[in-house]
Design a protein around this ligand. Structure first.
Ligand code: ATP
Ligand code: MG
Ligand code: MG
Length: 547
């Protein structure tokens, strides 16, 4: 982390040096209205890493002030994701636990003549707010007396009015050049039960009122959010000052993370889930933390990725290939290298004794000898990849074709002698001969072959399902009037039935492997069955991406 320096770190460093801040307290404040995505991971790492570096604390706080969209399902999923990313919070908080304090703050503003109950509806308020070039108009209810406002606000709380009938607004300045200061709404009526607070309340604070108070109540020192809240900062400071909060947190903004060929907003991700374009929030194609986990991304690779992009003030979109780069790097020395055949084609080795099985030695990771070796069976029948055979190959095709000899990884040279077809002319089986002298590791140098194929012994092969992924969103530009749903990549998922090595029968959910010549795969925790694993393609072996 130390090598990743940025402007927020510089600010904190200065605050600590000058003694302005004794203990650094940051927070990660998700709204529990969906699952976390890779953008949230950036905010999580930023907040937790900063506190960690300055010996401070980080709170996990649910910013749960909008009961309509929030749910405990999301609360639990968010906790799981933050922990999985490798962080432990120094306190778990719910903004809804501060509803009484917030209410008292609002009463204080009314008493100071700084807030009023307004009977205008949402549309009217929006219309009268003015524009960048035109000042807003004052509400006819703006001059209500303190007494009347206190009475109405209390009756709002008691449930005497229906949803939308009244709101509480700050009385700031309808002509302010910053539209956020033109008497923003502080409280609205919503007769909706809350997932955490139950039915204690029928009025709920707005984000821009609640958020600064939450930070101040918890003693947060540096409140880090994304750039779109920059214009809200004067209101943030106003709320804390006028409510006379003893702790004064400061807000800092950084650019949100965007990644190519995906969508990065809970609203859009929820749409994909609700319209069943994907298999839930944790579909391996989703940019959610739970989706990436199920896909096979490691927590370490996600942390490295978001640290590497850095913290800046200008919005940009990061190539998804950069994420792939980090997981590939992380798995390179960790994942065992085994063989899996995604689209199988049977090969019979006609000169190999029937009924015989021999066990060959295979290294688990040539780049990491510490991972040792394993034994794999070899016999008269094996599977190879369909695309590794061509009856009528083009030039420079070095794999199997009639009369050609190739090497089987960890085994022998085989030569294609005969092609067996069904009545429709489809190739169903290849007959080969092998040369016992060419055994891998025997030091045979008699002749060379150009192709090396992966394979799986047929009688003991473990049937496996392979799920091959492409980005969820295709590359074309969005035209006027189109939504992201018009750009879903129709090939984002391909399912294939194949085989893996005998020894992988016991593969456990979330185990990761490199399949020789294919890429890195993860055992799917949702769809795998005992003895029949499902493998999610994490990432292919090669990439054009350079860091
Ligand atoms: P979304 O639009 O996806 O719902 P949000 O900002 O409304 O995102 P919150 O639950 O409010 O989601 O986010 C919690 C924290 O995560 C906030 O501090 C927010 O700024 C940060 N965050 C959300 N999306 C990103 C992103 N793409 N990049 C960096 N930080 C993000
Ligand atoms: Mg938000
Ligand atoms: Mg949101």
């Amino acid at each position: 982390m130390n090598e990743h320096t940025h402007f927020i770190k510089a600010i904190i460093s200065e605050d600590v040096k000058t003694g302005k801040v004794k203990e650094v307290i940051t927070r990660f404040p998700p709204e529990p209205n969906g699952y976390l995505h890779i953008g949230h991971a950036k905010s999580i790492c930023l907040n937790f890493d900063l506190a960690d570096e300055f010996g401070g604390k980080t709170h996990l706080r649910f910013d749960d002030t909008n009961p309509l969209k929030e749910d405990v399902e999301f609360v639990e999923a968010i906790k799981e994701d933050v922990e999985w990313l490798g962080y432990s919070w120094d306190g778990l908080f719910f903004a809804s636990d501060y509803f009484e304090d917030m209410y008292q703050c609002a009463v204080r503003l009314i008493e100071k003549g700084l807030a009023y109950v307004d009977d205008l509806n949402g549309d009217q308020i929006r219309e009268m707010r003015g524009t960048l070039t035109e000042p807003g108009k004052e509400s006819p209810y703006r001059s209500r007396s303190v007494q009347e406002n206190l009475d109405l606000f209390e009756r709002m709380r008691k449930g005497e009015f229906g949803d939308g009938e009244k709101v509480l607004r700050a009385k700031i300045d309808m002509a302010s050049p910053n539209i956020n200061l033109r008497d923003p709404v502080l409280y609205r009526i919503s007769h909706t039960a809350h997932h955490h607070a139950g039915d204690a309340w029928c009025i709920y604070p707005m984000y821009s009122f609640a958020h600064p108070l939450e930070d101040a109540i918890e003693g947060v020192t540096h409140s880090i959010c994304t750039l779109e809240f920059e214009d809200q900062r004067p209101l943030y400071d106003w709320v804390i000052a006028q409510c006379e909060m003893p702790n004064v947190p400061r807000q800092y903004e950084f650019a949100r993370l965007n990644v190519t060929q995906t969508v990065m907003s809970k609203r859009k991700l929820k749409q994909l889930v609700d319209e069943q374009k994907v298999d839930g929030w944790d579909d391996p194609r989703m940019p959610t933390i739970s989706g990436l986990r199920r896909r096979g991304y490691t927590a370490a690779s996600i942390r490295q990725f978001v640290r590497e992009i850095g913290v800046t003030k200008s919005n940009s979109t990061v190539d998804h290939k950069m994420m792939e780069y980090f997981v590939r790097e992380d798995l390179k020395l960790k994942a065992p290298r085994t063989m899996g055949v995604v689209r199988p084609l049977k090969v019979v080795i006609t000169n190999y004794p029937e009924g015989q099985v021999e066990w060959l030695e295979a290294e688990n990771n040539p780049e990491n000898p510490e991972m040792g070796t394993r034994k794999i069976p070899f016999s008269r029948e094996i599977y190879i990849e369909q695309e590794d055979f061509m009856e009528d190959p083009p030039k420079k095709y070095f794999r199997l074709f009639p009369g050609n000899e190739v090497r089987l990884k960890h085994a022998y040279f085989i030569k294609c002698e005969e092609v067996i077809k069904d009545e429709q002319g489809n190739v169903t089986e290849i007959h080969c001969t092998y040369d016992p002298e060419t055994k891998s590791g025997s030091g045979f140098t008699g002749r060379k072959v150009k192709g090396t194929l992966h394979w799986v012994e047929a009688t003991q092969a473990v049937p496996a399902e392979f799920r091959l992924y492409e980005p969820l969103i295709s590359e074309e530009e969005t035209e006027e009037g189109q939504s992201f749903l018009d750009h879903i990549n129709p090939n984002s998922l391909e399912v294939s039935a194949g085989y893996v090595e005998q020894g992988m029968k016991e593969a456990q959910a979330q185990d990761k492997f490199q399949f020789f010549r294919h890429g890195y795969f993860n055992v799917d925790p949702k769809h795998s069955l005992p003895g029949k694993p499902v493998f999610n393609l994490i990432v292919s072996l090669k990439s054009s991406f350079v860091l």
